[in-house]
Design a protein around this ligand. Structure first.
Ligand code: GLC
Length: 450
């Protein structure tokens, strides 16, 4: 009788155990634990994205292989020519830091499939080009030395791997199902799934602490790919177990899975309000380019101005989000002169005004932004920041705030801004501004609240 009970218990325990395994549990976390894990990132607000790969050579978009429907053979010349002789990752890291950026995400592999790191699982990597070295290793060390948190972008899509099936965003995309079937004969996604797991394991094992992994991207549906194609849950489970603190984007097609993503990624758009999921505000980061393409694009002439870029940063923080601003370095290994110019100017602004960015978020609803301004708020310091996008004529009215304000100053030089209650509407506050706009791209008022 006793042994029978023991067997029954063992039987149920083993069933429980096997279902647990097959259901690929992601680590459970409370909202507070998640916020705590992500705190450095939400405080940082400003990071650098770097798209660098073979596409820097054609210099006409990182999707060039796709746009021009090139075969591996046609694309091979860029691999054979890859030799960024002027590359100094310390210089990159210094520029990012001087711009006020606190973290960095570099393409370890983009859609073209070329690996900047010395992967054991492919020959298609930097160490086999004329350059001959593991770029990821040098990158990680250089940015860490400047105190930035280091992350990797890893493309789920791969236009080079022989087992990756041709799909609707592939350079060899087709018109008919029979054509797809013919081309995909012999390609084995099981092997490709193993490949990405092996590579992500390498990236998250061989380079010390990695703070962010940016998977890109899923496109479910006909001739598309989604979480089943990547085995996203197990991939993510592995990533989280190798780097327990790691922060993960939302492009694994796991939007509905608990713990399947950490932040949402509006790309090249300005959000109209703090993004929500099921009625709850979620962490978010907008990724943006200086000019339109992510990889180096020599002839693109749609560069945003410094003022627009600073505004983009403030705008994001004013809605509780981060900005990941992208640089596409050249094939010599340097930042485009236009990128250098803008980074420098952003750095000048940040040097004096970063207090309105770091640790800040959307202002509580009781504070209304006057026309042509953006508000940010530091909940720990209890300070409100008013960013003057257009410089007002001598005064600025803060509606309904007379009883809330202790002290006001310009942020860049800590010079006092005097204020008085309005005669007409007693609780409106009138700030007296100097006639001349101070020599700051976007001046900021720092308001100490009662
Ligand atoms: C898109 C593009 C890609 C770029 C990414 C950045 O998904 O495919 O080229 O790397 O956006 O967010």
């Amino acid at each position: 009788m006793k042994t029978k009970t023991l067997f029954t218990v063992l039987f149920f325990v083993s069933i429980l155990f096997t279902t647990q395994l097959s259901l690929a549990q992601l680590p459970k976390e409370t909202e507070t634990q998640k916020a705590e894990r992500m705190k450095w990132w939400t405080d940082a607000r400003f990071g650098m994205f770097i798209h660098w790969g073979l596409y820097a050579l054609p210099a006409r978009h990182e999707w060039v292989k796709n746009a021009e429907r090139m075969t591996n053979e046609q694309y091979q010349k860029y691999f054979e020519m890859f030799n960024p002789d002027m590359w100094d990752p310390h210089e990159w890291a210094k520029m990012a830091k001087a711009a006020g950026m606190k973290y960095v995400v570099l393409t370890a592999k983009h859609h073209e499939g070329f690996c900047l790191f010395d992967s054991k699982f492919t020959d298609y990597k930097a160490t086999n080009t004329p350059y001959g070295k593991d770029l990821i290793k040098e990158y990680v060390e250089a940015f860490r030395a400047e105190g930035l948190k280091v992350g990797f972008y890893y493309s789920l899509i791969d236009w080079h791997h022989p087992d990756y099936t041709i799909d609707r965003v592939h350079p060899q995309r087709q018109e008919s199902d029979t054509a797809y079937a013919r081309l995909n004969k012999g390609r084995d996604m099981n092997k490709y799934r193993e490949y990405i797991k092996n590579q992500v394991r390498e990236l998250l094992t061989n380079y010390g602490e990695i703070s962010i992994i940016w998977f890109d991207f899923s496109f479910p549906g006909k001739n598309g790919k989604g979480h089943k194609d990547w085995d996203s849950e197990n991939l993510l489970k592995m990533a989280r177990s190798l780097q327990p603190g790691i922060i993960v984007d939302d492009r694994l097609d796991l939007e509905d899975v608990e713990g399947g993503w950490d932040f949402t990624t509006p790309e090249q758009v300005q959000v109209s309000k703090w993004p929500e999921v099921n009625g709850k505000r979620v962490p978010w980061e907008t990724c943006q380019t200086f000019s339109g393409s992510w990889g180096y694009y020599r002839d693109e002439n749609t560069w945003k101005s410094t003022a627009q870029l600073i505004e983009l940063l403030i705008e994001s923080v004013s809605k509780g989000g981060n900005l990941l601003l992208n640089v596409g370095p050249t094939a010599r290994g340097v930042f485009d002169y236009r990128a250098q110019d803008r980074l420098k100017s952003m750095g000048e602004w940040m040097k004096f005004n970063s207090r309105s960015i770091y640790g800040c978020t959307e202002a509580p609803a009781e504070f209304k932004a006057p026309a042509n301004t953006l508000l940010t708020y530091n909940p720990v310091l209890k300070r409100l920041y008013v960013h003057l996008l257009a410089y007002p004529m001598e005064s600025l009215v803060l509606a309904n705030m007379a009883d809330k304000v202790k002290y006001v100053q310009f942020l860049h030089d800590a010079s006092e801004i005097r204020f008085r209650a309005s005669d007409e509407s007693k609780n409106d506050l009138i700030l007296s501004l100097p006639v001349q706009k101070p020599p700051v791209e976007i001046p900021v008022l720092e308001i100490y609240l009662k």
